[in-house]
Design a protein. Structure first.
Length: 122
């Protein structure tokens, strides 16, 4: 049997991400796109599982990337303060979870949050 995998990185989604973002004014389109990607992944995971194709989502929280580097120190500190672990994620941390998910051959239709606790909803 042939197998395959589709893996998506969907920032800020986690379990509480859409709720947290939805409470921010003028973010409806962003929130809807994140929820749509999760729904798409679950729907297609169900449809293609019988063909050996796995579809999962990794949902990183605020991560220290080039985009974040453009922020000033005060903005970075404020962003980190909103994360229960009190810091931004590192690219290597996200990459290691992406790799782990790609190797987890009995997982499909799952969203794996890597968000320093943001998915806890507090």
């Amino acid at each position: 049997m042939k197998t395959g995998e589709a893996l998506s990185a969907n920032p800020d989604v986690g379990m509480a991400g859409p709720v947290r973002i939805a409470l921010t004014p003028r973010t409806g389109n962003y929130t809807a796109s994140k929820a749509a990607l999760e729904g798409f992944a679950r729907s297609f995971a169900r449809e293609y599982a019988s063909r050996g194709i796995r579809i999962n989502v990794v949902a990183p929280g605020p991560t220290d990337t080039d985009m974040i580097a453009a922020l000033n120190d005060e903005q970075k500190q404020a962003m980190a303060a909103g994360v229960p672990l009190g810091r931004l994620g590192r690219v290597e941390e996200i990459a290691s979870v992406v790799y782990w998910v790609s190797q987890s051959t009995f997982m499909t239709g799952t969203t794996v949050p890597v968000a320093g606790g943001l998915e806890l909803g507090y």
